[in-house]
Design a protein. Structure first.
Length: 215
């Protein structure tokens, strides 16, 4: 069973999608800990409901970002975590955590990287006028949404879309590809070669491309 640690800052719907897959028996992993940087994160309620241990680590209690990440690293290592999941964790990960988990931290971003990194990927896509957007699961490196790409899913962008309507369409696929990427990791099927991720014996399921008529 792959031991995972989840970092979140807010709503935690991706955290929930991962919990659901584990509880269904379709994801061979165990969530050892949820770490939040925000005591009001709704993700905490989800952890409580599903009997998952959680801890709030207050970034304000540390004089440097490095010390904050050292504390997070120690919490994860103490619990034997093998893979770290950033599920809506709204911070840039720093060296102490990156070095402890090389190519073992995954993030989900609500755009087709390398387009629209950073905050509000969905709004950036709407404002730019692209016809297709989507979401990306990638390994985390020291940059902003710049690490090796694991899987992506595409959705159409309609002329009348707003940030909200596009976000909702993308989120449905986020909830599919994030657990899928973790499953591939758990099965030992991901190999990072330079900036590319090789997936062993893999065929992309149809679900990663929504029908353009779907709204
Ligand atoms: C998602 O849109 C994800 O792509 C981005 O932050 C949001 C988190 O949502 N990284 P939730 O907290 O998982 O509901």
């Amino acid at each position: 069973m792959l031991k995972i640690g989840v970092l979140a800052s807010g709503r935690g719907s991706n955290f929930q999608a991962i919990i659901d897959e584990i509880e269904k028996g379709t994801l061979p992993a165990k969530i050892e800990i949820l770490i939040v940087d925000n005591p009001k994160a709704y993700a905490i309620e989800r952890a409580k409901k599903h009997g998952i241990p959680y801890v709030f680590i207050n970034p304000k209690e540390f004089s440097t970002k490095e010390e904050f990440y050292e504390k997070i690293r120690d919490e994860l290592l103490e619990r034997g975590v093998e893979l770290v999941i950033l599920a809506g964790f709204m911070r840039i990960v720093k060296k102490p955590l990156l070095e402890a988990f090389p190519n073992r931290i995954m993030n989900i971003h609500p755009a087709l990287l390398p387009s629209f990194p950073g905050l509000h990927g969905q709004k950036q896509a709407v404002d730019y006028g692209v016809r297709i957007s989507g979401c990306t699961v990638h390994f985390v490196d020291e940059g902003i949404d710049s690490g090796p790409i694991i899987i992506q899913a595409a959705v159409p962008v309609h002329p009348d879309d707003t940030e909200e309507t596009l976000s909702e369409r993308i989120l449905k696929l986020e909830h599919k590809i994030f657990p899928e990427a973790i499953r591939l990791f758990a099965e030992g099927r991901l190999e990072v070669i330079g900036r590319k991720v090789k997936i062993k014996n893999y065929e992309l399921p149809d679900v990663f491309f929504t029908n353009p008529k779907i709204r």
